[in-house]
Each structure stands twice: as structure tokens, then as C-alpha cells.
Design a protein around this ligand. Sequence first.
Ligand code: NAD
Length: 246
Amino acid sequence: MTSFADVSVLVTGGTRGIGRAIVGAFASAGAKVTFTGTNDAAATEAAAASGAPDRCHFVKADVSSADGCQAAVDAAVAFGGGLDVVVNNAGITRDQLLLRMSEEEWDRVQDVNLKGAFLTTKAAARRLMKSSRGRLINITSVVGLTGNAGQANYAASKAGLIGFTKSVAKELAGRGVTANAVAPGFIETDMTADLPAGASEGLMKLIPLARMGTAADVAEVVLFLASEGAGYVTGQVIPVDGGMVM
Ligand code: NAD
């Protein structure tokens, strides 16, 4: 396993699911991990589950607020002695068919999934440029590549995140910062727990590896992109989807 000793990491939305696995993977590998979320109790559980609670630091912050994102970056710099890796993971769904989708359902999803990544990245960019190995990793989704009925708001936010990632990759390459996106497919978390009956069986037929992914499957790829070995990879979208999209 690559060592992340002395590496300072910020993960948004780290209290459960994929974010929690990413926090745990970095902390187990020796990093100092600051993570955000909106739920204190879940944060305590996430830090305990990381296996290295002393290397985890929680900041209650909503990614759709510029002040919250700045506070998270400041806390990561203070806790980790700088900032090397940012993982924009916080995300929500508000699924609805287009004809029934409210403006609020559209706006909230863009505010958290897309604007949240912009605000966090903007607040962190100068710090990443100062790092000897600045890494930005955005958690998008395969539906940002393919679209999905009932998820026009979510798919648009995730497709936007891909364009954002590639633009930042081009802007910050000259400063030694890489920016990549990870596109999970169908991963077993709270987000996918309440799919309508029959939907999982239908989705399973679309996955060549014939199983749902785990949060750990996604975390492993995030750690690779943050490692020194991935220093020549930038502007890419890496699906972690059991072969759903190829
Ligand atoms: P989850 O609902 O289990 O966890 C989401 C996390 O984001 C939680 O920690 C929550 O507290 C945090 N969060 C939500 N709104 C926030 C806000 N406004 N400010 C700060 N934190 C906030 O979801 P998950 O399945 O772990 O998804 C994590 C990421 O992976 C999301 O970006 C999601 O879109 C993406 N993704 C998930 C799947 C999947 O199948 N589960 C597939 C593709 C992409």
C-alpha cells in the first residue's frame, strides 16, 4: 500500500458511504484527513470506523456555502499542516421525471454536487499549488456520461463536474496539480438503498461483473489517483462500475 504519511487530505461528505470509505482508506494509509458533512453523530462513527481516529478531523460544513467550504479548507490546513489532496465527494439525489421536477429539486442538486465542488476547489486551489503533489479528485457518476431517466438534475450536475474537472486540470497543470474524476456505477450505500422494487435486478443485468460495487472499490481508485504513482494522470474520468460503461 502506498504510504500517505504526512499527506493532508480533505474529503467532503465523509460521514457515510463512499466518503467514509475514502476517509478510512487515507487515514489507514497514514494521511491526516479532514472530512466534512452535516451530521455530528455520523462523523464520530466515521472517525471511529477509520481505524485511525487520531488522524481524522471532522468539520461540520455544508458544501453549498462558500463560508462552509472556506472553513473546511482552513481546518484541513491547520490539522494537516498544509493541503495536498482534495476529494469532492459530497453529493445528493432528488430524483424525479423531468415533467414533475421542481426548480428547487434542480437547484439543490446543482448547489451541492456542482457548486459545492467549485466552492471547495476554489478555496483549496492556492494550497494545492503550494503542495509538492497537489491532487484534486472529483466523485462524479457514470450517469454523468450516459444520462439517466428520472435524474436530469443529478446527471447534469455530474456531467458538469466532468467539464469542471477537465478545465481545472488544464488550469492547474502548470502548477503541478492533477485533477481527475472517478465515476462510480452502482455502489451499495444509503444513496442506492431505497431504489424502487425491481430496479436493482434490472440494473444488475447491465453490470458485466454482476455485482454491486462497494464503497471500498471506489476508495481504492481514489487512493491510486492521489498517490505519487499517478503523477502523470490528469484530466481523466475513471469509471468504477463493474464494466457498466465501456
Ligand atoms: P451517501 O448519501 O451515502 O453519502 C453522501 C455524503 O455526502 C454524506 O456524508 C452526507 O453527509 C454528505 N453530504 C450531503 N449533502 C451535503 C452537503 N450539503 N454538505 C456536505 N456534505 C453533504 O452517498 P454515497 O453513495 O456515498 O455518494 C457519495 C458520492 O458518490 C456522491 O457524490 C454520489 O453522487 C456519488 N455516487 C454514488 C453512487 C452510488 O451508487 N452510491 C454512484 C455514483 C456516484
